[in-house]
Design a binder for this molecule. Structure first.
Ligand code: CA
Length: 230
């Protein structure tokens, strides 16, 4: 059984979500406060987080930033505001999806299932651990969902990891934003191409911190590729 964590301060909303998700066969733990949920997440063993942006003790986006410092667990934001700023910010800082209130619990359950189906393999020993492959100074360990550059592990968010994995699989190939979105995002239609640019930007900064070179090339009007002659 998969364990979900719900961090939501409004009891009426939490009740509805708990009922819907438990009916779908998930084990759901509910916390009203951000710091309580975070403490629980530090213990591990959670498959996905549903996080309300407006909590009494913390802003959900700030909470997500802290969470991404130690965990890549998939995360869906619950947001009361429908404006694009919120959505983009949520994706920028490592959220996997967002649901705008009011929402149907069934829609939330459906999105959770999509994300869980396509999630990155979790950390820890795997019975058939694929060997790490090395290419252009990058070393990939799929079973650990880890990529190293010149021997240093890269502190990647979930989307940075998935984008880099895609680029590494086809060095030199140019990917348009729409193609990247299609290959990497769980629900491309709910996202924005600008989110790709944002993740590419933070990914570049992390690569540059290890190697002083431009490893991802921008092809104006076309997209991005991994630089192979570097
Ligand atoms: Ca709230």
């Amino acid at each position: 059984m998969q364990t979900l964590l719900l961090i939501e301060d409004e009891a009426a909303i939490a009740d509805t979500i708990l009922y819907a998700l438990r009916t779908e066969g998930f084990a759901v733990e509910w916390f009203r406060l951000g710091h309580e949920g975070l403490a629980r997440l530090r213990q591990g063993g959670v498959d996905l987080v549903v996080l309300d942006v407006g909590l009494p003790d913390a802003n959900g986006f700030e909470l997500c930033k802290v969470l991404r410092g130690f965990s890549q667990v998939p995360l869906i934001f619950l947001t009361a505001r429908a404006d694009e700023i919120d959505r983009i910010v949520g994706l920028e800082i490592g959220g996997d999806d967002y649901v705008t209130k009011p929402f149907s619990p069934r829609e939330l359950a459906a999105r959770i299932k999509v994300i869980l189906k396509r999630r990155v393999p979790s950390a820890g020993p795997s019975p058939v651990e694929a060997p790490a492959t090395t290419r252009h100074g990058f070393e990939q360990s799929p079973a650990r969902a880890e990529i190293r550059l010149d021997g240093q592990p890269l502190p990647l968010t979930r989307y940075e990891y998935l984008i880099l994995q895609l680029l590494l699989a086809h060095p030199g190939r140019v990917w348009s934003r729409a193609q990247i979105m299609d290959q990497v995002w769980d629900t491309p239609e709910a996202s924005f191409e600008r989110a790709v640019d944002t993740h590419i930007k933070t990914l570049r900064a992390k690569l540059r911190a290890v190697r002083d070179a431009e490893l991802i090339r921008t092809h104006r009007g076309l997209g991005y590729s991994l630089t192979v002659d570097g």
